[in-house]
Structures are given as structure tokens and as C-alpha cells.
Design a protein around this ligand. Structure first.
Ligand SMILES: [Ca+2]
Ligand SMILES: [Ca+2]
Ligand SMILES: [Ca+2]
Length: 476
């Protein structure tokens, strides 16, 4: 069981993990590599290198992706593939190593270093926001091991050094466009190559790859990787491809990670979340890849459904079939309905206007990909926005039990101060307050006017105000 789990990791989960760890690139590097007589030694080397990586991660040691260079192994599989056309065993090795070459990407490793230096999971912190004074008494910012003060290290000194370090680390956080560029330069080509090689693997419907004890350097039974497993892997790659297309379609840069950055987002004249020049193509490809993934996943389920008959010995399989017949049907129908949502107009039954009753509304999700929205706040009626400090009174109550019931004893209040985006509509009345794109680029194909839009979402004159406040409830 341990063997199967470890090899599961190696051949499936890593495909996903690598997308976070690792970055490599186009498929013309690697230089001349020898073409071996057979691929067993190459697979043995691959399994060994992957095993080391996995051991490092699972033992909790810090992993440096660049320590594991799969470039020359990729060259071996690729050259074998070119000299032995139609050999799925080499295509499979080339697919796996396409992804693994990402580990030596300089861009990726530089980004990982930045993220590690930023701490806290790498999320950009908001800076330049004055801390309200009450925060200092309410919140514990830093906790130190008790040994440090005991050893004579000053708390304040520690705190100040830490804050200074953090401030330096976040003063130049990576821009979203830099990450997008890395996805375009490194991740997308690697995943495209892996997908292309997996398509070749799938060309041979009978191909089975045996992970032998020799490859793993262990005495154990061989593990059978068959069509169902290849289809699952291919589906996973297409999902990742689809995600990358989505991730690079829009310009989401902000000038800084602070209040000015938030002000930039809400400023309607900046057209934040506009499409990149190739954004429409990226969105179309995102849908195509996702539909391909659904097709592969559906094929995998069919293959698994058939396996108890075609391969009665499931004990040596990577994915062991143990579903009820109804489970297959359910999986097929879930995939069918996702596919339908992405390709055709569907009727959705939900309480869109919040009155407690259900409406029947036509929704065309495919328009989000075929006719993507360009600038998220351009969907709203014209407005001006500003960020300001606002106040709210928070009350605390004490109650006592008088033998029969709880009675209010005393109450205290304090002023809570926080930032908010204040939106002032250009319109002076509810009727003038018009949504310029009521169908949202065709997402709601039957909504043809501002009046219909307001009616669908239950927007009524009695709730309308010229000014609106969006609280920014930051964790300072
Ligand atoms: Ca089997
Ligand atoms: Ca199987
Ligand atoms: Ca309703």
C-alpha cells in the first residue's frame, strides 16, 4: 500500500504540485542527448530523482526545486520519442519530464525566494496604513519564544528588527503581471508539451506502463498504469492549462499594495481587469481546454467502468476500481451537466431577487469565454469613488439573571474606525441610475434593459441611495 501511495504521488499528484514548485520552458533545450537501447534505465533514474524529491518534502525538510534537474532526462525521452515514432512509453516519459523540468526555472526559483522572504504565505501586505491606536492594546502582533527574553534579548529590539525586515521584503512585492509573464514563459509551454505528449500516449488504446521494482529500487510488486490512469493525468493537465489561460487573460496589476492600490481598482476610469491584447483568445482557450479535460475525465470513468471485466486483477492497479455501478452514472451525469453549462444556455432556478421565491432565469456561461467582460467596474452605472476613514459605534452589553429573566445591566460603547470605499453615483435618481450592460455581455441573454436587470436582482427605488459605502475590514 505504501508503494502504491508513493508512486501515486510520483506520477499523479506531482503533476499538480509541480505547478506550485517548479519552471522550465520550451521544448527545444536539453541539447543532444543519447538515445538509449531501451527506456528502463531512464525510467529508473527518473523514479530515483522523483523519490528523492518526495522524500525531502515528506520528511519536512526545505525543498529547493533547482536541486533536481530533469532537463537531461527529458532530452533522453524526447530523443527516443523522435527516433521511435508512435512509442507511447517514451511519450509518457517525455510528458512527465516536461513538467519536472520546471524545477530549474530561474524565474520560478526567484519567485519562491521572494515568497519565502515575504513570509506569511507570501500574500502581499497592505502597507502605509496607519494602525488605529486601539489596535495595539487589542491585538498581539508578535509572539516570541520565552527563552529569548530570558536570554537577555530585548523584545522591542526583536520586534523592530522583524518589522524592518518585513517592510523591506514587501516594499517590492512581485507584480501580478510578473507572475503572469512567468506563467506565459515557463509554465504554459511546459504544460502544453506535457499535454501534447500525453495525447500521443492516448493514441495507443492498449498501452500499459509497468512500474517495476527495479525502477523504484525496492522489492515490491509491479504497478500497472493503464488507460484510465493516463486519461486522469491528461485531464489534470488540461485543467491546469485552462487555469493558466484564465490567469493570464486579464490585466489585474495595481500600482501598489496599499490604500492607493485599492483606490486604483475602484476608480472606474482605470478600467481595472481589462483584457490583455490576447485576452479574448486566452479565454476561448481556457474553455476549450476545460472541455477537453471533461472529455478525458469522462473517458477515464468509462475505462474504469470497464476494468473489472478487462483487468480482473485490480490489486496491482494505480487507481483501484471499487465504485458501485450507480457511482459511474452519477459521475458521467455531473460531467455532462458541467459541459452543458459551458456550451449552451441553461435555465437556472434560484432566488435572484431575494424575495424568497424562485425565479427561472436563462444563463449563458459560455459568453464569459466567447465574449469576455472587459473591465469589471464598467458593468456598473457611472460613479466616482474615494477612500475615507469612517467610524462606527460598537456596543457591548452586560446582562444579569434576576431569578426570572435576563435584564440589561450596563453597556459600554467604543468608536470603531476603519477605511471604506465611498461610491457616489453620477445619477441623482433611481431611474437615472442605469446599468450600461444589463445582459452582462450575454451572461443573462433574456435581460435586455436596465429595468429588467433591476427587476431580476430585486433593486428597488426605496433602497437606492446616491452614495454607497463599502467597508474595508482589514486585519491590520
Ligand atoms: Ca491490474
Ligand atoms: Ca487500472
Ligand atoms: Ca425571487
Amino acid at each position: 500500500m505504501y508503494k502504491r501511495l508513493s508512486i501515486m504521488w510520483a506520477f499523479l499528484a506531482l503533476a499538480g504540485l509541480i505547478s506550485f514548485f517548479g519552471c522550465g520552458g520550451d521544448d527545444n533545450g536539453g541539447g543532444p542527448a543519447p538515445v538509449p537501447a531501451d527506456l528502463d534505465s531512464a525510467y529508473q533514474e527518473l523514479a530515483g530523482l522523483m523519490g528523492e524529491m518526495i522524500d525531502t518534502v515528506s520528511s519536512g525538510n526545505e525543498m529547493h526545486p533547482e536541486d533536481y534537474d530533469f532537463t537531461s532526462l527529458h532530452g533522453v525521452f524526447r530523443n527516443y520519442e523522435q527516433t521511435h515514432p508512435g512509442d507511447p512509453k517514451s511519450s509518457f516519459g517525455a510528458a512527465l519530464t516536461s513538467l519536472l523540468t520546471l524545477s530549474t526555472s530561474e524565474d520560478l526559483n526567484a519567485l519562491l525566494d521572494t515568497i519565502i522572504a515575504m513570509g506569511d504565505g507570501g500574500f502581499p501586505k497592505l502597507q502605509g496604513i496607519p494602525n488605529p491606536t486601539k489596535m495595539s492594546s487589542r491585538r498581539e502582533f508578535f509572539t516570541f519564544p520565552t527563552e529569548l527574553p530570558a536570554a537577555g534579548v530585548e523584545r522591542n529590539f526583536m520586534a523592530q528588527s522583524y518589522v524592518a525586515l518585513m517592510a523591506r521584503a514587501i516594499s517590492n512585492p512581485p507584480k501580478f503581471s510578473e507572475i503572469q509573464q512567468m506563467i506565459r514563459d515557463d509554465f504554459m509551454p511546459a504544460v502544453d508539451n506535457a499535454s501534447r505528449y500525453m495525447d500521443k500516449v492516448l493514441d495507443d488504446p492498449d498501452f500499459v506502463f509497468w512500474v517495476t521494482p527495479e525502477m523504484m529500487g525496492e522489492t515490491s510488486d509491479s504497478i500497472e498504469i493503464d488507460r484510465a490512469d493516463f486519461l486522469v493525468f491528461a485531464a489534470g493537465l488540461r485543467v491546469i492549462k485552462s487555469f493558466f489561460h484564465l490567469a493570464v487573460a486579464y490585466d489585474v496589476d495595481i500600482p501598489s499594495y496599499d490604500l492607493a492600490g485599492i483606490a486604483f481598482i475602484f476608480d472606474q476610469s482605470n478600467n481595472w481587469m481589462s483584457l490583455h491584447p490576447d485576452g479574448e483568445t486566452q479565454m476561448t482557450s481556457a474553455r476549450t481546454d476545460f472541455l477537453d479535460a471533461i472529455g478525458f475525465a469522462d473517458g477515464a470513468i468509462s475505462a474504469l467502468q470497464n476494468e473489472p471485466f478487462s483487468d480482473p486483477n485490480q490489486s496491482n492497479d494505480l487507481i483501484v476500481v471499487n465504485w458501485y455501478p450507480s457511482d459511474y452514472q452519477e459521475a458521467h451525469s455531473i460531467l455532462d451537466s458541467i459541459q452543458a453549462y459551458l456550451t449552451t444556455t441553461q435555465t437556472v432556478y434560484a432566488d435572484f431577487d431575494g424575495d424568497g421565491g424562485t425565479e427561472m432565469v436563462s444563463v449563458d456561461m459560455s459568453s464569459l469565454f466567447d465574449n469576455p467582460i472587459d473591465g469589471i467596474f464598467s458593468l456598473l452605472p457611472p460613479y466616482t469613488s474615494e477612500i475615507g476613514a469612517v467610524q462606527d459605534t460598537i456596543w457591548y452589553y452586560w446582562w444579569y439573571w434576576d431569578g426570572y429573566e435576563y435584564r440589561e445591566d450596563s453597556a459600554i460603547s467604543y468608536i470603531d474606525e476603519f477605511y471604506a470605499v465611498i461610491i457616489t453615483w453620477d445619477a441623482d435618481t433611481f431611474n437615472d441610475w442605469a446599468f450600461p450592460n444589463p445582459s452582462i455581455n450575454g451572461l443573462f441573454p433574456d435581460v435586455n434593459s436596465d429595468v429588467e436587470f433591476k427587476s431580476l436582482f430585486g433593486l428597488t427605488p426605496d433602497m437606492w441611495q446616491k452614495q454607497m459605502q463599502l467597508d474595508l475590514d482589514f486585519d491590520f
